[in-house]
Design a protein around this ligand. Structure first.
Ligand SMILES: *Cc1c(COP(=O)(O)O)cnc(C)c1O
Length: 230
């Protein structure tokens, strides 16, 4: 009995059902695989997971060396430090955590140097938390307009992590605010920016997120079990 395999199957099924209920054509499940080794990643892959999210450039590097993500797409979902941009651009299929003009510049410049274009999402600090990554909702439009002019980055949508401990109702309200922002930004005219991806929802609330319009969810512990931080 392989728990990760069974869990991953169940999460894919639940996400699919939630998408049908919400009338969302397709939902991408990104398995948040931090602290899980290549072996465990492979078990999720065998169950049908084709997207994995990593938080740390170093851990990603090690797992790439172990062949953890063969045949799958890799998303960087963690807090993005300037000095890690070089290691990520061109190596990951999407960077979900872009939140500043400076990061837009660094990513675009690096991608251009490599002769590529880096797909990315803009992370929104929807709860206005001081200690959290993400651009403030009020600053989103300006950052999108800026990224639109940068040839090395292709912004595809938005990502958000609502404040922990907001409760079901609170989380629902944050998801609804994100949906509204997403729809508002989608109505604007951009040359390079597209608003096709809304990434929100984790193990505890991904079905709620899908009901609020998410078409990408990042699920860790519901697939891999509880993480034990040492
Ligand atoms: C770890 C992580 C997740 C998944 O969290 P779970 O609660 O274990 O599903 C999602 N998004 C980000 C950015 C993460 O770091």
């Amino acid at each position: 009995m392989d728990e990760i395999y069974e869990n991953a199957k169940r999460v894919l099924e639940r996400a699919k059902n939630a998408a049908v209920r919400a009338g969302v054509p397709e939902v991408t499940v990104v398995a948040a695989s931090k602290m899980n080794d290549a072996n465990r990643v492979h078990r999720a892959f065998d169950a049908g997971i084709r997207y994995f999210g990593e938080n740390r450039a170093q851990e990603l590097e090690e797992k790439l060396r172990e062949g953890a993500f063969e045949g799958a797409k890799i998303h960087f979902i963690g807090h993005l430090q300037r000095n890690k941009v070089k290691a990520l651009v061109g190596r990951v299929d999407m960077i979900e955590s872009v939140d500043s003009f400076e990061l837009v510049d660094l990513i675009s410049d690096r991608a251009q140097a490599l002769g590529t274009v880096q797909p990315a999402l803009i992370e929104v600090n929807i709860g206005g938390e001081a200690a959290k990554s993400g651009v403030a909702p009020e600053g989103l439009e300006e950052l999108l307009a800026y990224a639109d002019k940068k040839p090395g980055i292709s912004v595809r949508g938005l990502m958000a992590i609502p404040p922990a401990g907001a409760g079901n109702d609170g989380t629902f309200r944050y998801f609804e605010q994100m949906r509204k922002l997403f729809v508002d930004m989608r109505a604007k005219k951009y040359d390079n920016v597209t608003m096709s991806v809304l990434s929100m929802g984790m193990s505890a609330d991904f079905e709620t997120a899908i009901a609020c319009g998410a078409n990408m969810v990042r699920v860790g512990s519901a697939i891999f079990g509880e993480r034990h931080y040492t």
